[in-house]
Ligand binder design. Structure first.
Ligand code: HXC
Length: 257
């Protein structure tokens, strides 16, 4: 398909989605939302793609949902259309996803980044949920995912005051896994994605499912879920290959099955 608000490419086994509405700091209008979700779902269905990177520009990952587009919507419209629920399809992607964030990641931009499995920040990254200043609240999971990531104190402060959090604070708080110099951001995210994509895709999907389960269950249930998934890894050719390669002192050649 032809996209107008994003650029999509495949680099080896890595799918890359670049948000590309520079004049609006990559604000997430409905076209961009539909395109990002379509691209992510297409990558997810492609067994030749083992990891997905989502990134923006140097100035902005995304400055939020498109305020100009939302401005005149009515309650009945947003309620009956279940406005923003399309993003759930992005969060449901099974292939590992990495957000590479430089500059502004605000509102829906912060929420999109938090929907990804790994968040890598440039030193220029700024995260925030400024919806309160517009008379709304986060609507794509921000109040939930930010709270799980950084805890109640910081999440409350950010959602109630709209204060932005820089890269250093975001790393300390556990929102991002790593900070890299802005100039190295994409290369670093691609390298991380390639590392993941070189592993067995079905096993990576299980690892992702297991970690995500920690947010959905009690510890005992989560551990049991993990144990069952772990058992099922023994049904794969890639488990045989991984362990055989180790004993033969060579690199494994995973065949994603
Ligand atoms: C629409 C946006 C936009 C947005 C920026 N632009 N953010 N358009 N929606 N979210 C547009 C500006 O209108 C402007 O267009 C152009 O992008 C450049 O932005 P400037 O403001 O001129 O840039 P700068 O002075 O550098 O300031 C950057 C900024 C500021 C601090 C990021 O743009 C800003 O505060 N943006 C809004 C951030 C925000 O509130 N996000 C949350 C959205 S609500 P023109 O045409 O004027 O040049 C949200 C809700 C989710 O995400 C769920 C709720 C239901």
């Amino acid at each position: 398909p032809k996209f107008e608000t994003i650029a999509v490419e495949t680099r080896g086994r890595v799918g890359v989605i670049t948000l590309d509405r520079p004049k609006a700091l990559n604000a997430l209008n409905s076209q961009l939302m539909i395109e990002v979700v379509a691209a992510a779902v297409a990558f997810d269905r492609d067994p030749a793609v083992g990891a997905i990177v989502v990134t923006g520009s140097e100035k902005a990952f995304a400055a939020g949902a498109d305020i100009k587009e939302m401005q005149s919507k009515t309650y009945m419209e947003v309620y009956t259309q279940d406005f923003f629920s399309e993003w759930d399809a992005f969060a449901a992607v099974r292939t590992p996803t990495i957000a590479a964030v430089a500059g502004y990641a605000l509102g829906g931009g912060c929420e999109l980044a938090m929907m990804c499995d790994i968040l890598i920040a440039a030193d220029t990254a700024q995260f925030g949920q400024p919806e309160i200043a517009l008379g709304v609240i986060p609507g794509i999971g921000g109040s939930q995912r930010l709270t799980r990531a950084v805890g109640k104190a910081k999440a409350m402060e950010m959602c109630l005051t709209g204060r932005k959090m820089g890269a250093e604070e975001a790393e300390r708080a556990g929102l991002v896994s790593r900070i890299v110099p802005a100039a190295d951001l994409l290369a670093d995210a691609l390298e991380t994605a390639e590392t993941i994509a070189a592993k067995s895709l079905p096993i990576a999907v299980m690892a992702k499912e297991a970690v995500n389960r920690a947010f959905e269950s009690t510890l005992a249930e989560g551990v049991r879920f993990e144990r069952r998934l772990f058992h099922s890894t023994f049904a794969t050719d890639d488990q045989t290959e991984g362990m055989t390669a180790f004993t033969e002192k060579r690199q494994p050649v995973f065949r994603h099955r």
